[in-house]
Design a protein around this ligand. Structure first.
Ligand code: RAM
Length: 341
């Protein structure tokens, strides 16, 4: 017994004398790093990959490990499985671009009960399922500006159609609601540009192409609004290949859409910086993990190169952090942006 006690004392004394950094400060020890996970709508979606680029950049700056997860089709079922796995793995943060507003609630609540922080980004989950949402831009502005653009492109005459992502996507559905409101509230203006059809390409290139083809068979449709980067690219390609006279606008990645803006298939379109969106989600999530914010309106946190950001009340009763305004891409600036994102 005496021997053991003295051995312990020697070990303690040695540890006390050592100049080694405390365990929490060993930057080289990756096993001790916290894990922040981004769950994409669909891992193959280039927009989601760009969001992860920003998320990962922020995680490196924050000294945590970034994990990219998601289904290979934009469905909520697979996202639930992934969230359950991440919860079992005890990650510190789950940031999710949701394929359904409500369906992830039990899985995300279980994660939060375990002390895991949860934010949604891009496509929100309901307020019970998150601490806060990281929103790309005001949904009202997005919805209204797209319909106004379509109206201008057909000089106020010709049917409009919407090629959306999945039917359950909360972001697209909210934008479509605002598109419809813009038309309803300005019935006289839009009298000759009715919304003829809303179709869903499910953010799959093939389905989006087929839906575009079907829309173009309806002669009353003169402009397609695609509020999805995947839908826009598919529509742009199909419309270019068939030399369609129908116009295209929506939310597209400049890197993908440059050829269609340059040749006039898409006179102009909008988006925000998806890299910054992912970056902001990591910093917002990190502020929750560190306890500098709780996700309540009025909280502020420092978001690295983006500066000070504020948590505000969201229209759905929860809270959110807003990235900024949608940006217009057109022939005069597309060359400058196509190499950026
Ligand atoms: C697609 C996705 C995403 C949306 C963008 C504009 O990549 O549906 O959720 O925000 O388009």
């Amino acid at each position: 017994m005496k021997k053991i006690v003295s051995l312990i004392l020697v070990v303690l004394a040695l540890a006390g004398c050592s100049n080694a950094a405390p365990a929490t400060n060993t930057g080289a020890d990756t096993s001790a790093k916290k894990v922040y996970a981004l769950v994409a709508k669909d891992v193959n979606n280039p927009y989601m990959q760009k969001a992860f680029d920003g998320f990962s950049e922020a995680c490196t700056a924050l000294g945590v490990e970034a994990l990219y997860k998601g289904p290979d089709q934009a469905t909520p079922e697979k996202q639930i499985e992934i969230i359950n796995q991440l919860t079992a793995q005890n990650v510190a943060l789950i940031a999710v671009a949701a394929n359904d507003f409500d369906a992830l609630e039990p899985a995300l609540k279980a994660a939060m009960d375990k002390g895991i922080q949860v934010v949604s980004l891009d496509s929100s989950v309901n307020p019970n399922s998150r601490r806060m949402h990281i929103n790309q831009a005001d949904p009202e502005k997005i919805g209204r500006v797209l319909v106004q653009a379509a109206y201008e492109m057909v000089n106020g005459e010709g049917g409009m159609a919407i090629l959306s992502a999945t039917a359950q996507a909360s972001n697209q559905n909210l934008w479509i609601e605002w598109m419809k409101k813009e038309i309803e509230e300005n019935a006289d203006k839009y009298a000759k540009t009715p919304l003829v059809k809303v179709v869903y390409g499910d953010d799959e290139p093939t389905k989006s192409t087929n839906e575009t083809q079907a829309l173009l068979m309806d002669d009353s449709i003169k402009v397609i609004i695609a509020p999805t980067t995947v839908g826009m690219l598919a529509a742009g390609k199909y419309m270019q290949d068939t030399a369609s006279a129908v116009k295209l606008t929506g939310l597209g990645l400049p890197s993908e859409m440059a050829p269609f803006i340059e040749d006039g298939t898409c006179p102009w379109m909008y988006l925000w910086n998806p890299v910054d969106l992912g970056y902001l989600a990591a910093y917002g999530g990190d502020a929750l993990v560190k306890g500098t914010v709780t996700g309540a309106a009025g909280n502020t946190f420092s978001a690295g190169r983006m500066g000070e950001m504020a948590v505000v009340a969201a229209a759905d009763g929860g809270t959110e952090v807003m990235l900024g305004d949608p940006f217009k891409f057109e022939p005069s600036n597309i060359a400058e942006w196509k190499s950026v994102y």
